[in-house]
Design a protein around this ligand. Structure first.
Ligand code: E4P
Length: 217
């Protein structure tokens, strides 16, 4: 399963890159606004740092506007993926952009039916939001299981991006289900490293190392 960061924060992206586990980035207008920087500045920084797919979101509500924005965004880098909301207008835009060779990521997907529609429209990626489903007393991971089953049934090659991830178990469950990608906040990626027995083990080894005579380092 690929690891994407769901962020527009360049420092977080650089750190994950140094760890060697970053396969791509997803952004949205909220994440871009959190940086407090001009849009183009943020996007250029990210595209310079990331080799894998970088999702940038359109904000128009009509297909014509989404297509125009999508074409502009795609010009910024070969690895740009245009994020389009799950609406009928959005699906028109997906069809046009994909036919021009511009990959799309259908966002704000909350049901298996919506994921199936996105795939039928030809989207390269679909982003079901697990955390926001959990927030309204639904079962986010059930959504991923169902989308995966449907895509497997029909050999659909639209990639599933598990989005709106809130904690490490969302990542583990996504991998168990066989999702293609999990996009997560930096805080969740950091938590994936953690285990109290790892910290305890290091402490003990270092303590015992002190007792070794004539150490080379
Ligand atoms: C997906 O690509 C979205 O950017 C994101 O995962 C939304 O997550 P949130 O529900 O934490 O805002």
């Amino acid at each position: 399963m690929k690891f994407f960061l769901d962020t527009a924060d360049i420092d977080q992206i650089r750190k994950a890159n140094e760890w060697g586990i970053l396969d791509g980035v997803t952004t949205n207008p909220t994440l871009i606004s959190k940086t407090g920087k001009p849009f183009m500045e943020v996007v250029k920084e990210i595209l310079k740092e990331v080799d894998g797919p970088v999702s940038l979101e359109t904000v128009s509500l009509d297909a014509e506007g989404m297509i125009k924005e999508g074409r502009m965004l795609a010009e910024l880098g070969e690895n740009v993926v245009v994020k389009i909301p799950m609406t009928p207008e959005g699906m028109k835009a997906v069809q046009v952009l994909e036919s021009e060779g511009i990959p799309t990521n259908v966002t704000l997907v909350f049901s298996p039916a919506q994921a199936l529609i996105a795939a039928k429209a030809g989207a390269s990626y679909v982003s079901p939001f697990v955390g926001r489903v959990d927030d309204v007393s639904g079962e986010g991971m059930k959504l991923i299981r169902e989308v995966k089953e449907i895509f497997t049934n029909y050999e659909i090659d639209t990639q599933i991006i598990v989005a709106s991830v809130r904690h490490p178990m969302h990542v583990v469950e996504a991998a168990l289900i066989g999702a293609d990608i999990c996009t997560m906040p930096f805080s969740v990626m950091e938590k994936l490293f953690k285990h109290p027995l790892t910290d305890k083990g290091i402490e003990l080894f270092l303590k015992d190392w002190e007792k070794v005579p004539e150490k080379p380092f």
